[in-house]
Design a protein around this ligand. Sequence first.
Ligand code: ATP
Length: 282
Amino acid sequence: MPSYLDISHISMDFPTKAGPFRALDKVDLKIDRGEFISLIGHSGCGKSTVLNVVAGLYQASEGAVILESKEVNQPGPDRAVVFQNHSLFPWLTVYENVEIAVKQVFKRSKTKAEIRDWVKHNLELVHMSHALHKYPAEISGGMKQRVGIARALSMEPKVLLMDEPFGALDALTRAHLQDALMDIQAELNNTVILITHDVDEAVLLSDRIVMMTNGPAATVGDILSVDLPRPRERLSLADNPDYNHYRAEVLTFLHKKQAKSEVPPRQPKPTESSSPLKKVVG
Ligand SMILES: Nc1ncnc2c1ncn2[C@@H]1O[C@H](COP(=O)(O)OP(=O)(O)OP(=O)(O)O)[C@@H](O)[C@H]1O
């Protein structure tokens, strides 16, 4: 049976002034419906590039992304992206920021009342019902990320793509949002790809952790299945030998097998015209 999401041997060559730069080389990953996958690897190895190809923002040089038997080659609401820095419209309220996405997807299939209920429901999921009429400038960074997650969820995407969604937050807010995400996940069973640099976050949240080799020509180095029962509770996991084993596996991969010193300097970003970035969404 074909997998739900098939990232099939994708390679990515970026045009640069010095010639093509191979960022990814034959990244191959099959993801089941409802799976929570983390991508981890050293800075610059190509995690965002993988995500951008799945989002349809980048076109892979080789290989294909197949979602439910259909090739993906442009952005669409079936793959919602949550970025590290929230991407809310500053002139719209919290409610309106979610409403705009809901209207984009459900304008024809939901009535006005249904749209209103759906917007409110998604903001309830992330505990933001108290701030429906506030503007982004009036809420904290963690709250903005919650709204971004609500907006992504409200589109009922087939795949939720998260590029270091909690990276800019303090440790406590981050922990709260991780817990919120696990609760939402338990309820909705989304298919999620999360990029993170945080080993604890990866082990806590994931069904599988995909560890990428260093670039250039990065690829999947190892995949770790995290067989910890759910619901997961961060405090009790701290003393759980299995949790610590998974943690150690990822740390060993990152620090021994893929030591940072092996990483060559980053390649320069190309000029806008040569970028494969097709369209910025979110
Ligand atoms: N548009 C581009 N043109 C040229 N090179 C690029 C472009 N985008 C990314 N790269 C290069 O491709 C490689 C992978 O970049 P990418 O941003 O995917 O890494 P990453 O693992 O997400 O990094 P980080 O963890 O620091 O966010 C890097 O060497 C980067 O410099």
